[in-house]
Design a binder for this molecule. Structure first.
Ligand code: ZN
Length: 360
């Protein structure tokens, strides 16, 4: 491995592991750890455990179940709860399963944010929140640990119209002097810019998702945002929204907001591993210091020098240079990933396979 750069491996902070997910693709892109923010695993399915070095599986930071509105869940993975008294018991269950995070979703009642955060923190669980538009302030007041996506930064208006196109329209027409969004320094924010990018890329082909296996493409076409083709006008709003989002994020990062880097795989067009690098490249293109982007994404050893147990990745010099330069373009798998003492080398198909056991 001539001219390889060794670096800490990566953590994707926002993933929904799904059945049939290509975990090997994560390893192929140097992603050694993923944080589950809502999945069958979080809902109680057993965690996959790596058998040996032939098993390219990242570490999974388990999230709880995720919590949306009370009553019958509108999302199959959300926890069923009918009254607030049931919530502490569900948090206890999450702790028993080894969860470290729970996620509150857009329809979780705002008046319960504070209660849920206190109950979660008492149990050592941290709280990620995907608030509805206009919901960032209430989330911060309630002490949530992290905000997901940029949608919550947009004022809710009169609340009568919501959805992707309304939000894109608001971003696209944002007055440069507008006072939103405003987040206090230290707020942790996971922007998931790649979701917007992929929607723009694939809307133009009416969700054909060329080159993507049929079952995954069909799964994406059943999602609410992609259930029908977007009109020219809707695509234009999405395109115009993107630079406004990037400018805003740069301003927030400059004002002391803490960046958390995650891909929100599997949103439409967002692939495991590749999606995280695309997110990192978008952050660099938005003007954020590449060193900060990298530092915010890597699995950081608790102490330096590292113990030798920390996951590492090996990158080619040209790929490091193009990342530092913020060059757009296709991202490539890494040369190799070292995890649990196993070296995984991506094969030509982008799938990892172990080539040697005990590397230490
Ligand atoms: Zn998500």
């Amino acid at each position: 491995m001539d001219d390889a750069v060794v670096a800490p491996a990566l953590r994707d902070a926002h993933v929904h592991p799904y059945s049939g997910m290509d975990f090997a693709a994560l390893i192929a892109f140097g992603v050694a750890r993923v944080r589950d923010l809502g999945s069958r695993l979080g809902a109680g399915e057993p965690l996959p455990r790596p058998a040996d070095c032939a098993d390219p599986l990242p570490e999974i930071e388990l999230g709880g179940p995720f919590f949306d509105r009370p009553g019958p869940p509108r999302l199959s993975l959300a926890a069923r709860w009918d009254s607030a008294e049931e919530l502490p018991g569900l948090l206890d269950d999450a702790v028993t399963r080894g969860a470290r995070w729970i996620k509150l979703y857009a329809a979780f009642p705002q008046e319960l944010f504070g209660f849920m955060v206190r109950e979660a923190h008492r149990r050592g669980l941290r709280v990620a929140l995907h608030p509805a538009p206009g919901g960032a302030e209430a989330a911060i007041r309630a002490g949530v640990d992290e905000l997901e996506h940029l949608a919550c930064l947009v004022p809710d208006g009169d609340g009568s119209k919501r959805g992707t196109h309304v939000l894109n329209h608001r971003w696209a027409h944002r007055d440069p002097d507008a006072r939103w969004p405003n987040l206090p320094p230290g707020t942790r924010l996971c922007p998931t810019l790649v979701v917007q990018r992929k929607l723009i890329e694939h809307a133009a082909s009416a969700w054909a998702f060329p080159g993507v296996p049929g079952n995954l493409a069909a799964f994406w076409r059943r999602m609410p945002t992609t259930a029908r083709p977007w009109s020219e006008q809707e695509i234009a709003w999405a395109r115009a929204a993107e630079p406004r989002m990037h400018e805003t994020l740069l301003r927030l990062a400059d004002s002391g907001v803490t960046l958390v880097v995650g891909s929100d795989t599997p949103n439409p067009g967002v692939l495991p591993g590749q999606g995280l690098w695309e997110e990192m490249c978008l952050l660099v293109r938005a003007g954020i210091d590449p060193a900060l982007v990298f530092w915010s994404t890597c699995v950081r050893p608790p102490a330096w020098p590292a113990s030798g147990d920390d996951p590492l990745m090996f990158l080619s010099l040209p790929s490091v240079r193009s990342f530092l330069a913020g060059e757009p373009g296709p991202v490539a798998p890494v040369l190799a990933t070292l995890l649990r003492g196993c070296v995984f080398v991506p094969n030509g198909a982008g799938v990892s396979e172990s080539v040697s056991q005990e590397a230490r």
